[in-house]
Design a binder for this molecule. Sequence first.
Ligand SMILES: [Zn+2]
Length: 437
Amino acid sequence: MVDSLLIRGGRIIDPSQDMDKTGNLLIKEGKISWVGDGTPPDTDYDVLDAEGLIVCPGFIDLHCHLRQPGFEEKETIATGTLAAARGGFTTICCMPNTNPPLDNEAMINYVKTIAANEGVVRVLPIGCVTVGRKGEELVDMGELEMAGAIAYSDDGAPVSSPEIMRQALEYSRDFNRPVIDHCENLFLSHGGQINEGVVSLELGLRGIPASAEELIVKRDLDLARETGGHVHIAHVSTGGSVDLIRAAKEQGVRVTAEVTPHHLTLTEEDVIKYRTLAKVNPPLRTRQDTVALLRALNDGVIDIVATDHAPHTKADKNCEFTQAVFGISGLETALGSLAGLIFKSELSLNTLIAALTIGPARVLGYEKLGTLEIGAPADLCIFDLHKEWVVDTDKFASRGKNTPLAGQTLKGKVMATLYLGMPVYADKSMKIEAKVD
Ligand SMILES: [Zn+2]
């Protein structure tokens, strides 16, 4: 293992320090040890040339599905973390909708142990809100927190009971951990396949109205206001949700929110073309919604980008639309799909990097991550904003090949990912070798 590595000549962007400059960065013993534009104080180090590349903190994904235990045919912690490394992610937070679900100390420990032994990046487990994700009984939140759960969520499903959601916000406030809600009123979304609108009419598919999301967002904001708890709204998909979150933030409610790459870049129209590969929950909405989501990300009403990486088997998607499962495999295409927004001047590079680094670190209260401050873990993403590549799902590290981007050419490619100073992914053109695959 390389002990010291100088990353030379890159454009170093670290929104946590308002840093955007060309320079050199020295990694020593797995930590950021020096940043400057001359020669570092040490003399003994290997050199990685990053001229023309962007060097930033490794990305943090607050929302992904690793499927282990229970659904290893879709993904494992090993394959999911490899996919993360390819996507530039060095920290990923996995949702607890496994089988069995992560609703007790033993299950949190299971994920931590497998991640430590088989994972290649940091995995932070999210615990359930209710026992078995059944929505009936609150988990022992203290037990989960002690075991290492960094947030609580029944994702895949909402916390339907307002009473349980209220209790969860009260308890989690004491642990200073967010409750992440998948906002969906199941009475309104029941049987729905895609956004309720012109496309659902055209395709003859049952629609999921915007109100199915917005009613629960509204409820959660009211409960957060009342309890002082921290609610994090997962995968915001509608302009109406954005308006509610904006107003709540102005009133000082403890709310943070995320948006996915697919809700920023695709609309309901894409379902016509990509069929089940664009079937996702919440559904892809209208162009007005994506415009509102982009505006919210730019002005900070939406705090972060999270992938909602939802890997599935081919059989899960190669079927009748109504039989297909919801979800997109997103870790490996996140940067490439989002970079397109930068070229269209819909998003700034610095905002995007902040939304993938210090943004999620702040949501979690983990401000030693997502930064290139001296002494921070040397978790880095090195990417070429202008390099074109073709999305070849056969080459995905993820077992989930389910993406509407398959076969497309994207501009913006991760060239190397370093976790604790160690390369865990490197493009063939980089003069460095990944230690894992
Ligand atoms: Zn969800």
